[in-house]
Design a protein around this ligand. Structure first.
Ligand SMILES: NC(=O)c1ccc[n+]([C@@H]2O[C@H](COP(=O)([O-])OP(=O)(O)OC[C@H]3O[C@@H](n4cnc5c(N)ncnc54)[C@H](O)[C@@H]3O)[C@@H](O)[C@H]2O)c1
Length: 441
């Protein structure tokens, strides 16, 4: 269902009225389109402390490849990158305030503020304190900055290993990702693609639950990035599935993912080289408060959302069904991080997905060269959320820093970044695509 409030606040009378009444004023976000695939304008590159990322082949070179004009001063930057990897004490932390205080007002609408931090695994408790302080800083700035601007903290030691992530965050593809802390390092091999516009060329991706909603958008986005897509959904959705697969030049695999032999049937449907990208997106809700929840509601949700993810992941990894350099992306939910009344089953299943990702990631990288990450969507405009009662739906839409619901494509773009061959350094992360929802913040 369309967000009529967002359209209304985009009009002159809408802006006037909502300002007078003190109501939220969401900004229409700039998302990727074939006509406007990237931002145009200036990227303001600032630093606090003495950065270890400096050097001829360091951060400046990577930022220079994003297509934005990198500047040390800018009147109206579309993005600001503050390198705070050199923040080690209270004095250098103050440089973060000094650098951003002066420019935060000038960032363009729907722009980006990205703070770069160091990993937290230091024995120096002063450094650990001020590096952790960056998280509170970034999350607070995300909540107050407004105008559709997103704020993210990226922890890294090597700018080149972070190139796909910086390109994603510095593009319209990350419009609904805000208030997040993303860590780079300790993953699998990072492979720069021959063509950054077609990073998945020659690769095969399987998406579960691809007949509609987020899964359909994920399949379409991976196909846009060059992948051959295998679209899986229940046999009951075969007509829609055929139409999605046909439109994307992919193949349809009608299969209930909870079938005990689902792993074997997926393997049988794959090309001999196996799979490069596996997206566990299929999911269901069967909401009831625990007191009214029959065992079937519990088991059906756990079976689709978690048990089948565990089974098919194990089946594919143990049979060598995922090629070296492969990517597994599972779909969690902010309900799994924050909890939600009426969703003990769903939240348990989605928290379980996050647990699976964190535990499997190091082993999968070491043994198979495969990364394992999750996306955790917030309120996304799909059939699943159209079924939510009106007032709860409105609350879900507005209770985030961007004041609006996300679109399936926002989850799809985040999935595509995690599936990228150059995202080998991103591993074991649970990345929320929620406009910095107040839930579970
Ligand atoms: N929409 C949101 O706001 C939101 C928020 C957080 C998380 N999610 C998660 O994102 C994923 C996609 O959600 P959506 O909103 O697009 O839902 P949706 O209901 O529109 O689509 C889900 C798809 O999964 C398929 N599916 C269900 N059970 C299956 C099974 N046993 N085997 C194969 N396919 C099966 C369905 O047929 C459907 O096509 C789900 O995992 C969901 O939990 C959605």
């Amino acid at each position: 269902m369309a967000d009529r409030y967002l359209s209304f606040t985009g009009t002159t009378p809408g802006r006037f009225l909502t300002r007078r009444l003190g109501l939220p004023q969401p900004t229409a976000l700039h998302r990727w389109s074939a006509e406007h695939p990237s931002f145009t304008g200036e990227l303001l590159h600032l630093s606090a402390g003495k950065s270890p990322l400096d050097g001829p082949d360091g951060l400046a070179a990577v930022l220079g490849r994003t297509g934005l004009a990198v500047r040390a001063r800018s009147e109206r930057p579309v993005a600001v990158v503050l390198d705070a990897t050199g923040v080690t004490d209270i004095d250098t932390l103050a440089e973060v305030h000094a650098a951003l205080h002066a420019v935060v007002r000038s960032v363009a609408r729907s722009g980006r503020v990205i703070v770069l931090g160091a990993p937290l695994d230091t024995a120096d408790h002063h450094q650990a304190a001020v590096q952790q302080a960056l998280e509170g800083f970034v999350r607070s700035l995300g909540k107050e900055i407004g105008r559709g601007i997103t704020v993210t903290l990226l922890r890294l030691t090597d700018a080149n290993a972070a190139e796909s992530t910086l390109r994603f965050l510095l593009s319209p593809k990350s419009a609904y990702v805000s208030g997040q802390v993303i860590g780079i390092g300790g993953g699998a091999e990072v492979t720069a693609p021959a063509d950054w516009a077609l990073p998945l060329a020659g690769r095969t991706a399987l998406v579960t639950g691809a007949a509609r909603g987020i899964g359909e958008a994920v399949a379409a986005t991976l196909a846009r990035d060059g992948a051959r897509v295998v679209c899986l959904d229940v046999p009951g959705a075969a007509v829609e599935l055929d139409s999605v697969a046909g439109r994307l030049g992919g193949t349809a695999l009608p299969l209930d993912i909870t079938a005990p032999d689902a792993g074997a049937r997926i393997l049988a449907a794959l090309p001999s080289e196996g799979l490069d990208v596996l997206v566990h997106n299929a999911g269901i809700t069967r909401d009831r408060r625990l007191v009214n929840m029959a065992a079937e509601r519990w088991s059906s949700v756990l079976d689709v959302n978690l048990a089948s993810v565990l089974r098919t992941t194990d089946a594919l990894l143990s049979a060598g069904g995922l090629a070296t350099g492969g990517r597994i992306v599972a779909t969690a939910s902010i309900a799994g991080l924050a909890g939600n009344a009426g969703q003990t089953n769903y939240a348990a299943s989605k928290a379980g997905v996050a647990g699976l990702v964190r535990a499997l990631a190091p082993n999968a990288a070491a043994e198979h060269g495969v990364t394992v990450n999750a996306v955790a969507p917030g309120f996304i405009e799909t059939k699943m959320t159209t079924a939510v009662p009106l007032f709860i739906r409105e609350a879900g839409r507005r209770m985030n820093s961007l004041g609006q619901g996300g679109l399936p494509v926002d989850v799809a773009e985040t999935t595509a970044w995690l599936a990228h061959p150059a995202s080998g350094g991103v591993n074991g992360q649970v990345v929320r695509v929620c406009g910095q929802s107040l839930l579970g913040a």
